[in-house]
Design a protein around this ligand. Sequence first.
Ligand SMILES: Cc1cc2nc3c(=O)[nH]c(=O)nc-3n(C[C@H](O)[C@H](O)[C@H](O)COP(=O)(O)O)c2cc1C
Ligand code: SF4
Length: 419
Amino acid sequence: MKEMKVISKRFDKVNPLSIQDYINTNGYTFLKKAIKMERISIIEEVEASYLRGRGGAGFPTHIKMMGLAKETSMPKYIICNADEGEPGNFKDRAILEKDPYAVIEGMTIVAYATGATKGYVYIRGEYLEALKIMKHCIQEATENNLLGNNILGEKFNFTLEVRSGAGSYVCGEEFALIESIEGKPGRTRIKPPFPTQKGVFNQPTMISNVETFANIPFIIEIGGKEYHKIGTPSSTGTKLLSLSGNIKNPGVYEVPFGVTIRAVIEELGGGTLNNRKIKMIQLGGSCGPIIPEYMLDMIIDYERFEEFESKTGSGAIIVMDDRSDIFDILMNTVLFFEHESCGKCVPCREGHVQLLKIIDKFVKRTASSKDLDSLESLARVMHQTSLCGLGQSSPTSIISTIRFFRDEYLDRIDHPASN
Ligand SMILES: Cc1cc2nc3c(=O)[nH]c(=O)nc-3n(C[C@H](O)[C@H](O)[C@H](O)COP(=O)(O)O)c2cc1C
Ligand code: SF4
């Protein structure tokens, strides 16, 4: 299997800082095309493409665009979510560092289509290089009349600024991110109203992922219908994957939706180091499901994630070999989420503390079958009742391992290690 390089076509081929390199490789051709189109036609092209958000939840992008376009309260905002704080994910960093102008062009097209006049790129605090690159590119685009007032001589104003995260994972959640831009602690808000109704500074706001915006120029280039032919009927286009763990060739790969996980691991990743047997993989990052090796022939698309009650389709694949211990992994994962919980709601704030206590019993082989029942029901309660996606999705690794590796749990109950 070969990669299908659509979003990554310029990676390592152009100087990412050079607007001229970008223009020489068809860059800004599609903003020029879009700006001559009816605004609604742009949204219709995105609808025909059935682009779904690449930040995790897979929400159709045209619905957000339409939602923002309909709002009349000005100013309207566009935010690019480049927080990428979840362990195992690094594909947005690759886009920001290797093809930043594609994100800016995508955001500018969306701004034109929806009537937004101001935008932010919210970049993870640790991504210092990406931050520097994006600031430079925004300045260059502004100097070239591709951002700012009367863009390309049309009655269209759109300015862009960079904001830096400060190391909090929950600030990737849309409302926590919005609060952070407003200068407040990053905590979610109760929905509705949704961001397109009342977002940053209580104004209509569309917030989308880096990869989502990078897809927009390509959709305008080939048209929504052609785009829809790539991938599967309900998961269209390509996906950037962050491949890590025990793998010969870790890195970012771009494939059409619908390829199998096995093909990605074996043909692109080269299999495991030292050819160790794969025991399991985690999909989507730390808040995604852990599935056994025999499921590697599963295809990559949004529907598969929904089967796991998981909303994480951000594209991480973490490979773990036969030496990996499930309870070590769960302990690390839950510790991460306990640390990152903002504390606003009880199921997440208290739930992680209790999860850690029970997992510790499995680590020490002192758990009873009642502990297994408590672990499962607590994980489900958190999934169903937490206020934001952090607490809703953090128990996914527990729910999935109880489903696929139940024997390992039972083994710790029935056969405590002798000291
Ligand atoms: C705890 C948490 C962290 C998140 N982190 C990110 C992130 O780093 N990048 C991202 O695009 N979306 C992240 N999301 C999802 C966003 O809330 C939002 O759904 C997304 O930015 C929408 O973009 P999309 O429609 O293009 O997918 C996170 C959600 C949660 C609950
Ligand atoms: S789920 Fe966790 S991170 Fe989200 S609001 Fe509740 S306490 Fe905060």
